[in-house]
Design a protein around this ligand. Structure first.
Ligand code: URA
Length: 232
């Protein structure tokens, strides 16, 4: 598919159309070796685009792994709070990024940000059974009976029924839970339903992709195409 060069450059370099127009007019952009002087010219996705001789990595969509810290909200923008998009480094920022799935303000861990709405829908729909794994520090250890209730599917109140979730104790007052849905405060409410309480919560993986252990809280990096395949 052919896309306008000014759009490709502004999306992938996080520059305004005006900035891109001026860079192009200065003759600094080449497509497959030939200087381009007009932003409306088009390039194929596989074209090699260079700016000042350096190749620009262009892709239609972007996928980012963020290790979300506490105190940050899972939204594209928010009038009051700092968002997961606000804390991305400039080189990763791109228009239309949003978190594919929300973590509560006090939950930490893996947030996937993308501008690919179809992909986000696929990983979030419970029909596709993409498991999200959480580690919860809880008030008291779960009994075998509690674990059985998690596995069968718990109801929180008359209107809220959760699908079965895999659950196991992985340490003292520490449980690992895998869910395929992402309902409001789901993990916290599942524990409340068995008379327990989540004290701290971290998401550690989405599908088969684990949070990169070298990312400190607040740090982010692009997800590679191979890693993207591991999610579904
Ligand atoms: N479940 C919760 O209760 N909180 C989160 O942030 C994610 C899942």
């Amino acid at each position: 598919m052919k896309t306008r060069i000014d759009k490709l450059l502004s999306d992938n370099l996080n520059l305004s159309r005006k900035q891109v127009k001026s860079i192009i007019a200065q003759g600094r952009v080449k497509v497959d070796g030939a200087v381009v002087l007009k932003g409306e010219e088009k390039a194929e996705e596989q074209s090699v685009i260079t700016l000042d001789g350096k190749e620009v990595a262009v892709s239609k969509f972007v996928y980012i792994m963020l290790n979300k810290p506490k105190g940050v909200v899972s939204a594209g923008n928010d009038r009051k709070d700092v968002t997961v998009v606000d804390i991305l480094p400039d080189e990763l920022k791109r228009k239309n990024l949003f978190p594919a799935g929300r973590l509560d303000k006090d939950t930490v861990g893996f947030v996937l940000l993308t501008d690919d709405g179809d992909f986000a829908h696929r990983i979030l729909s419970s029909k596709n059974h993409v498991e999200k794994t959480y580690i919860a520090r809880i008030e008291k250890n779960l009994s075998d009976e509690d674990i059985e209730r998690f596995e069968k599917g718990i109801s929180f109140d008359e209107e809220t029924q959760y699908l079965g979730a895999k659950c196991r104790m992985v340490g003292d007052r520490t449980a690992e839970v895998k869910i395929v849905e992402g309902k409001y405060h789901q993990i916290k409410r599942m524990f409340l339903a068995v008379g327990n309480k989540v004290l701290e919560l971290k998401r550690t993986s989405i599908g088969g992709l684990e949070l990169d252990g070298s990312l400190r809280e607040g740090e982010a990096r692009r997800i590679t195409p191979e890693e993207l395949d591991m999610i579904m």
